[in-house]
Design a protein around this ligand. Structure first.
Ligand SMILES: Cc1ncc(COP(=O)(O)O)c(C=O)c1O
Length: 424
């Protein structure tokens, strides 16, 4: 291929096929990256992360909301370097464990910009959050109120601002395992318990209830469920803070077209506005995947190709670096980096000892051979986050690319890392 061309919207912004006919991300040739850093590897276009963060923030400003904040759901990509980018871009951070809190603090988020979530927070996690002076703790259950009451009593005069998490009984059209807004979700309180819980929280010394929260689920393509959930909270409660969660869908494959970030922000602002933008109330949203999924791709190397009933192409990663196909039947696409596009239907299989370890069931690849570098786009969310060592596989590095420069921000695990926690 002699001239460069652009690629589908599943790839990071400004990705292209270069003059050598190879896919390029952040100005870096993916074959060269595979040679330099090895595979599997997570490759992230830093400019793409920043552009999406700015799109969310500027949509809020465009809508005229003066107290609108974008809280990155760090579970989507809990990596210090990614968090640092978002801290620099003025985002807040949602954490759901002491580990995520540790990462957020290490990345430079100030405590007041951190929101602590979780349906099973331990007293230790709550203590750490109080010590870090996190801005908000989102209360999920009565036992947590007991823990907070005890911990605050030990910290004479300490005040912690909190939200109460509610399930508004709004369902998005998404996978059951990532649907959280239904009345019987494991998260939060049902709407009909809200007033009793609110009174209880208001009666605890040291807890300052400033608002309510709902997150109805993830990978939701329609704006209507977000609007219904945001409106339900906004109309039922008159608190200074409203947190309407995350969940905006992303394109994992070229045929998917989620709503633009701007439309999502405009809708939730309109749904929560009574008299003019914001009407003095602070509005938080918590996007995870919509900030990171399309900023990242994963590189693999083909280890073997065989034809049985199907045309099997096996690579050097799989469910250890991307668990989503196994967990939710998530669909991705794949390309041979040197020959993008293709029409030969293959099964892109992982290397793990599970028949279900298939990365892409219906991959269209062009003439895949052992040694080829394969890329799966849209793997920036919940891939690194759910990485594991199944079969003793070493977790993959994270490579940031920008303007043709690549830098490793997380190194590949070593065999010594696998035995580092052994106690003999
Ligand atoms: C409370 C909360 N907020 C935000 C998110 C982010 O969801 P998504 O990555 O789909 O935007 C999640 C995901 O699990 C969540 O539980």
């Amino acid at each position: 291929m002699a001239t460069a061309s652009s690629v589908s919207h599943v790839f990071p912004l400004a990705s292209r096929v270069n003059e050598r006919g190879r896919l390029e991300v952040g100005g870096c040739d993916l074959v060269e990256l595979a040679r330099e850093f090895g595979t599997p590897a997570y490759v992230v276009a830093e400019d793409d992360l920043r552009a999406r963060a700015r799109a969310f923030r500027s949509a809020g400003a465009q809508a005229g909301h003066e107290d609108f904040h974008v809280v990155f759901a760090s579970k989507a990509f809990p990596c210090t370097a990614v968090l640092e980018v978002f801290a620099q871009e003025g985002l807040w951070c949602d954490v759901a464990s002491e580990g995520e809190l540790h990462l957020a603090l290490a990345a430079g988020f100030r405590g007041e910009r951190i929101v602590l979530h979780g349906n099973a927070k331990s007293p230790q996690e709550l203590q750490m959050a109080l010590q870090a002076k996190v801005g908000l703790i989102v209360i999920d259950n009565h036992d947590e109120i007991d823990h907070l009451q005890r911990l605050l009593a030990e910290r004479d005069g300490a005040i912690q601002q909190v939200l109460v998490r509610l399930t508004p009984d709004v369902r998005g059209d998404t996978h059951e395992k990532i649907s959280t807004g239904q009345a019987d979700s494991k998260f939060g309180f049902a709407m009909d318990e809200a007033h009793e819980v609110i009174s209880r929280v208001q009666s605890v010394d040291g807890l300052e209830l400033v608002g309510v929260h709902a997150h109805i689920g993830s990978q939701i393509f329609q704006l209507d469920p977000f609007v219904r959930s945001a409106r339900a909270l906004s109309e039922a409660f008159d608190f200074p803070v409203l947190d309407v969660g995350g969940g905006l869908a992303v394109a994992y494959t070229t045929d998917q077209h989620p709503p633009p970030i701007e439309d999502f922000v405009t809708c939730v602002i309109a749904a929560t506005t009574r008299h003019g933008a914001g009407s003095g109330r602070r509005l938080l949203i918590e996007p995870g995947r919509a900030l990171v999924a399309n900023a990242g791709v994963t590189l693999y190397t083909v280890q073997s190709v065989k034809r049985k009933v199907s045309h099997w192409v096996a690579v050097d990663g799989g469910m250890s670096d991307n668990l989503r196909p196994m967990l939710y039947g998530s669909v991705y696409e794949a390309h041979v980096v040197e020959r993008p596009g293709g029409s030969s239907e293959c099964v892109l299989a992982g290397k793990h000892c599970e028949s279900g370890d298939v990365i892409v069931r219906h991959a269209l690849l062009q003439d895949p051979k052992a040694g080829d570098v394969i890329v799966t786009p849209a793997t920036g969310a919940y891939g690194y986050a759910m990485a594991n060592n199944y079969n003793g596989v070493l977790r993959a590095p994270v490579i940031f690319c920008r303007d043709g420069q690549a830098r490793e921000v997380v190194r590949r695990e070593t065999l010594d890392d696998l035995t580092a926690r052994d106690v003999r």
